[in-house]
Design a protein around this ligand. Sequence first.
Ligand code: HEM
Length: 97
Amino acid sequence: MHHIFIDVAKIDMQEHLPIITDFWEQVLFQTGDYKKNVMKLHVELNEKVQLSPENFQTWLATFQNTVDAHFLGENSEKAKTRALSIATIMQIKLQGF
Ligand code: HEM
């Protein structure tokens, strides 16, 4: 799946990291600055390269493993639950329902 980040989106981690920090700060603590439409962004990405159910499984497993490797507690459970629900809604939106 790394080609989606590297070849398609040509992601620059220096730029990306503060954005996802804002996003998760907003999701978990409502204190982040994130204002963009994350669904729309992935709909546009999906038009360039179709995101498969396997991609979502990989994304979720990576997210869950990373949270578990670094955090323990109520908010880490909240982060994993929110990631699963956002990923589920995202997949439904990408299917065009
Ligand atoms: C198959 C699963 C996924 C893939 C392959 C994927 C891939 C990407 C890529 C390539 C970008 C960069 C887009 C760009 O800057 O042009 C991005 C941005 C982002 N993604 Fe995902 N994503 C996935 C799922 C998710 C999920 C489930 C979430 C949330 C729980 C999420 C949250 C974000 C956020 C916050 C950004 C930053 C958006 C911004 O720049 O404002 N992604 N994603």
